[in-house]
Design a protein around this ligand. Structure first.
Ligand code: EPU
Length: 447
């Protein structure tokens, strides 16, 4: 991991930045293009390394990918889909978890798929058991080998009935991307309904799929024999928008996030207001600022949509270190998403983590050995430190802490942040942060 950033903290962030399409939608829409018989066009695509990784994987499979970086437009032509070499897939997949979602489309197009060892952020075990069970349920044969997992469908893929043990985002996407061209009807119960999934359903519908979503988390998909391409503008990245909002709050700043969209951020906005942050929803984005006075402590529980996103938790916890009193945060999506608090403690924050489910309902991590609740006591001044970026959201949170702290921090491994935050160094500069890169790394990791 490379990229060392020197941050001179204590300066409020002031100014305007733009967020483009959501990382956790764009990568899936790119995979969906594989299912089409004609080219697709995706707009509002950010320059982040996850997009580069998926583009690389698509190219390996014969898809022609043209990326107008400036305009944020991707052209994807899947006319000549072909098998890729195992070693190449492995080398390209790198730190991404997206390869697992190639299974359904590749089975439809080629009759086989190969999945290397998956990466992704180290925020828990991140198993793929739901994905493999789903693929088996459609009729796929899963063969685990030393290099990875080979998947075939000797008898084709047929519609099925699935009930997820938990409304997993990835497992819902796996089902959608496989069911749209499977023979017959698929019923998915206890599905995730995140806005990024709804946008993926919109894309699939444009391609010719028939998908309905019921109010009780049931999704029904009628398989069709052929799908075409799509033209679509990606929804805004609500995680990035909330990250900059938290940065504005923690640094006593004022940031206009052009492109941020209210409907997908309702739950975040309510919490932001309860903590004492101010915001103003405008036509073209949302302005977030610290209105002065003390921030208030809160009780917070992360959950699947429409609950408070797990990815909003880490940046907001930094702001909570500046709130008056005891805040309680119960993480119910990932069992291990408080590792980043250790570095915050080293910077002067008072945060204790617990195995118990605090402040909310008992969750599935309750009687187990996971430190998944946190108590944050504030306000505590933050002081500069040397930090190693642990994962994408944790890393951005450390960056916020360094910006809020007095003194000079050195943040190592910032290339990881490129996975999900477009041009974050340029945005820091635009917001008046005093941050200089000591060990330059490419804006987009070259995998
Ligand atoms: N899970 C299983 N088995 C599976 C799949 C998931 O037990 O086969 C569990 C996970 O371990 C976790 C829970 O189900 O405890 C929820 O995981 P989910 O499948 O919903 O997450 P994901 O699809 O792997 C996506 C985002 C994450 C985001 C979560 C929740 C992408 C590429 N990643 O992950 O984003 O936190 O949904 O909204 O879409 C990030 O952007 O930094 C990030 C981690």
């Amino acid at each position: 991991m490379s990229g060392l950033l020197t941050v001179e903290g204590g300066t409020p962030l002031h100014g305007e930045i733009t967020v483009r399409g959501a990382k956790n939608f764009v990568s899936k829409a790119m995979v969906a293009a594989l299912l089409g018989e004609t080219p697709s066009e995706l707009r509002n695509v950010p320059v982040i390394s996850d997009v580069e990784i998926v583009a690389g994987l698509l190219r390996l499979h014969g898809v022609t990918v043209d990326y107008d970086v400036e305009g944020g437009v991707l052209h994807l032509d899947p006319s000549n889909v072909e098998s890729a070499h195992v070693a190449d897939i492995d080398a390209h997949a790198g730190s991404s978890r997206i390869p697992i979602l190639f299974c359904g489309p590749l089975l439809h197009r080629l009759g086989e798929a190969f999945i290397p060892d998956l990466g992704g952020c180290r925020i828990g075990d991140r198993p793929i058991n739901y994905h493999l069970d789903i693929l088996r349920s459609f009729g796929a044969v899963v063969d685990k080998q030393v290099q990875g997992i080979y998947i075939t469908a000797p008898l084709g893929l047929h519609g099925t009935r699935i009930e997820l043990p938990y409304p997993s985002v990835g497992a819902t996407e796996q089902t959608l991307l496989t069911a749209v061209r499977a023979q017959g009807l698929t019923e998915l119960r206890n599905a995730a309904t995140e806005p990024e999934i709804m946008d993926l359903i919109a894309v699939l519908q444009k391609m010719g799929a028939i998908i309905s979503v019921d109010t009780d988390r049931t999704i029904r998909i009628e398989g069709v024999a052929h799908l075409g391409g799509f033209r679509h503008t990606a929804l805004a990245d609500r995680i990035e928008a909330a990250s900059w909002a938290s940065a504005a709050l923690a640094t006593h700043g004022d940031v206009f996030v052009r492109g941020a969209s209210q409907p997908e951020m309702m739950t975040f906005l309510n919490t932001f207001r309860k903590v004492g942050g101010a915001f103003d929803v405008r036509e073209d984005g949302i302005r977030f600022w610290h209105p002065g006075g003390d921030l208030r402590s809160i009780v917070l529980e992360t959950d699947v949509h429409p609950g408070f996103m797990t990815d909003w938790q880490q940046p907001l916890v930094v702001a909570l270190t500046q709130a008056d009193g005891l805040s309680i945060v119960h993480e119910t999506v990932y069992e291990n998403r408080f590792g980043f608090t250790e570095a915050l403690r080293g910077m002067g924050a008072t945060i204790q983590v617990y195995r118990e489910c605090l402040g909310g309902l008992r969750c599935r991590f309750g009687q187990r050995n996971f430190l998944h609740s946190a108590v944050v006591s504030g306000p505590t001044p933050l002081r500069a430190a040397d930090i190693d970026v642990p994962d994408l959201r944790g890393g951005f949170s450390h960056l916020i802490a360094a910006l809020a702290a007095e003194g000079t921090s050195r943040v190592r491994g910032i290339t990881l942040i490129n996975r999900g935050y477009e041009n974050f160094l340029g945005k820091l500069e635009a917001l008046g942060a005093r941050a200089t890169i000591a060990d330059p790394a490419p804006a987009v990791a070259a995998r």
